[in-house]
Design a protein around this ligand. Sequence first.
Ligand code: SAM
Length: 306
Amino acid sequence: MTNATATDKHPGELADVPGWFPPLDQTLFTWFLDRQKKAGIKGDLLELGVYMGKSAILLGHHLQDGEQFTVCDLFEGDAPDEANKAESSKSYASLTQQAFERNYLSFHDSLPTVITGPSSLVDEKVAPDSCRFIHIDASHLYEHVYGDIGAAHDILLPEGVVVLDDFRSEHTPGVAVAAWEAVLNRGLRPICLSTQKLYATWGDPEPLQEELLEMLRQRSDVGLSLQEAAGHRLIRTRSRGMKPPPFPPSRHYVEPVATPAPAPQVAESRAAHPAGPAPSRARRLAKDLLPPVITRAVRRARAKRS
Ligand SMILES: C[S@@+](CC[C@H](N)C(=O)[O-])C[C@H]1O[C@@H](n2cnc3c(N)ncnc32)[C@H](O)[C@@H]1O
């Protein structure tokens, strides 16, 4: 995870919001959330760790009537321990709750329910068995992620999907330990892996995997492979130059002004790149254009002179 640069401007498009949300994950979130909608699955949405709102803005777009969206972040508040404080001041120093809210409200009419504080608060604030989709992207330290996975287990509906960010990044071994421990010992069942995120469920992953494979096999911009590990089928995906899925622009979007194309400067460009030396070009033209009768007359006159 490299640092995302904060900006004071209102975003015009999702791409303008700083954060860590690659096109492949935007595509997978969109697919899982749309699929839940098509299947008539209702439930709330939850995100732990919003930063400037990039993934939260996309999640909020999928909220259906009667559903709640809750987000949790420390923002400028105190981290619960020194390691978490160090992590936050290194990577998220420019974050403010105001910046998150400004970005979110650029795309949506109202804010989600915001829990300002450590993600350990979520278990008591969000009802058990209430969510269909949870994104865990707050602290990347083992103890916190262990707790977040436990909370997700309580809060997620049986057929719900949980996504764990940075489950295999070089700088976040704590997430890797917590993620695979949950798979081996806490009943979590992987659906698929992207470069950055693990998608999983405590329900049956197989029907989801079959539909996902069908969708992914039709795309030429996704690398795909299947592996078995400890009795789990893992669908590995990676982007092959994937573009983000279409997403509505914000209320601050300004259509780029089309700059008129410069008038062609034929004479100048010919002068700059002449097709060949002028005399031979003229001679070639004369040869092509003069009728053969005149050419023969010219040849006879030349012969007489010599
Ligand atoms: C990687 S960023 C989230 C990125 C965001 N989901 C996106 O799409 O760009 C992690 C966020 O988690 C927050 N955070 C760190 N430790 C936390 C904790 N213990 N509880 C809640 N939030 C925390 C940070 O303030 C930061 O905004």
